[in-house]
Design a protein around this ligand. Structure first.
Ligand code: GAP
Length: 452
């Protein structure tokens, strides 16, 4: 029986216990809503990043990669509209001195106990809302004045637009074509929270797809389907995903159409990824502000400003969705186990190599040889610490799909046992065939046993 409801507390506690994610700066008392990634968190992130990159760049002929700087010319953010308009409404409470997003009061907690929403105690004294810009400011160079002011990028997208000409010329592309980028973005969120869901520093994966203007709606729909398909390919349940189209009042200043791919997080249905039709807003604005023409000119003199379709997501939101979707608890042989039913190509460790008896030199030697062979291509873990049942459970908790056990029989016939994380089925196979078996297993379609 799969666990029906997974809480954010279960995910936070597992992430911490198994070293996926730690609250940052803990020995100094922590820095609210900032996190550091431990070993398994790094491996998980690498896999998600790589799967995104494969689908968006390596498996396609029409998208190239880019890695632009975090700190760009400050005029970039004037042209993009962020200096003027990248704001949230902020209210201060004169009594408790806390700050809240005026449009999210019902999601915020007043500092007083018992907890209520801001404004609900008679002592609450909220100011009128004012606009607060979410960009982090910094200064470039040794002199701190208004001329040295710069910003940490709040999205990776603008780095793509300002490189449009470089890429277009070098790649000799004609629309439709795209530029993809993965990198850190920074937002001084007023109310970060819900674990990694809303943080101030996150890793965005964005792709700007430049298309002939008459085709923009078709490509907008195409990218919604494509991105939804990616989540299904990597095992998220269909019933926990939906597409929600924004109404005109909800759209960003640049958008002609936006749809959120939403996931049913423990906090309710919320944005996992956004797909926007940005029209020609960005290229036109950067042309105006930089006086460099950003347009497509065809070999026969045809010229136009392409429209842009943008799928944008953060690794953090995918991590939370994948952990929630994968988390399961069950009782096996009167023992409880916690298991992360992650897609095998997402799981931090692909296989564990376990000598049954850690002191048996024959078993250890065969296990080490297998481990050395597999680690050249896969993320594998050698574990000889503790009873075999405990080792299985440790691997279950970090989502390792397969465990290979080297036992007494291995010494006589060179076969090993492979145990499947989800079904718990065990089969024997020749030790020499493990590498090929694993490669085949990774190629197979995978569906979560938690259902649709
Ligand atoms: N370039 C468009 C753009 O940045 P956005 O909707 O503001 O649009 C895109 O952000 C995606 O970035 C979101 O769908 C979400 O996945 C992620 N994201 C945005 N703010 C975030 C935050 N504070 N913490 C974690 N992820 C965030």
């Amino acid at each position: 029986m799969a666990v029906e409801t997974v809480t954010m507390d279960q995910i936070v506690s597992l992430s911490r216990r198994r070293g996926f994610v730690f609250p940052s700066s803990e020995i100094y008392g922590g820095l609210g809503s900032t996190y550091d990634y431990g070993h398994y968190g790094v491996l998980l992130k690498n896999n998600i990043r790589q799967r995104w990159f494969e689908a968006m760049v390596l498996e396609r002929d029409d998208i190239v990669a880019l890695d632009s700087a975090v700190i760009l010319h400050p005029r970039v953010w004037e042209a993009s509209g962020h200096v003027e308009g990248f704001t949230d409404p902020l209210v201060d409470c004169r009594t408790c001195k806390l700050r809240f997003r005026a449009d999210k009061l019902e999601d915020s907690q007043c500092g007083r106990k018992p907890s209520k929403h801001p404004g609900e105690f008679s002592e609450c004294d909220l100011t009128e809302p004012r606009q607060f810009n979410l960009m982090f400011q910094t200064t470039v160079g040794p002199v701190e004045d208004s001329g040295s002011r710069a910003y940490l990028r709040p999205e990776t997208a603008q780095g793509i637009f300002i490189n449009f000409k470089n890429v277009l010329q070098l790649a000799r592309r004609r629309p439709p074509f795209g530029i993809a980028q993965i990198g850190r973005s920074f937002r001084n969120e007023i109310t970060p929270g819900n674990f990694l869901f809303r943080v101030r520093e996150f890793e965005q994966m964005e792709m700007e797809f430049f298309v002939p203007p008459p085709d923009s709606d078709r490509w907008y729909r195409y990218w919604i389907d494509e991105r939804l398909g990616w989540y299904l390919r990597y095992g998220l349940r269909r019933s926990r995903l939906r597409v929600r189209e924004h109404g005109p009042e909800e759209r960003s200043h640049y958008s002609r159409g936006t749809s959120d791919i939403e996931y049913e997080y423990p906090i309710g249905w919320s944005e996992l990824e956004g797909v926007a039709n940005r029209g020609d807003f960005d290229l036109t604005r950067h042309t105006e502000y930089s006086t460099t023409k950003l347009e497509y000119v065809g070999p026969d003199g045809e010229r136009y400003v392409p429209h842009v379709i943008e799928p944008a997501v953060s690794l953090e939101r995918i991590i939370v969705a994948m952990l929630v979707d994968a988390y399961d608890e069950e009782v096996v042989g009167e023992r409880e186990r916690t298991v992360l039913r992650l897609h095998p190509e997402i799981a931090p460790v692909t296989a564990a190599i376990l000598p049954l008896i850690a002191k048996d030199e024959g078993m250890v030697s065969k296990a080490r040889t297998l481990y050395e062979e597999l680690r050249k291509r896969q993320s594998v873990e050698y574990d000889d610490n503790g009873a075999i049942g405990r080792r299985y459970r440790r691997q279950d908790e970090i989502g390792t799909p397969w465990a290979f056990t080297i036992d007494e029989q291995t010494l006589s016939d060179d076969t090993v046992t492979v145990r499947d994380r989800d079904s718990l089925a065990q089969e024997r196979l020749p030790i020499g065939g493990v590498r090929a078996w694993l490669e085949d297993a990774l190629e197979r379609d995978w569906k979560t046993p938690k259902g649709d």
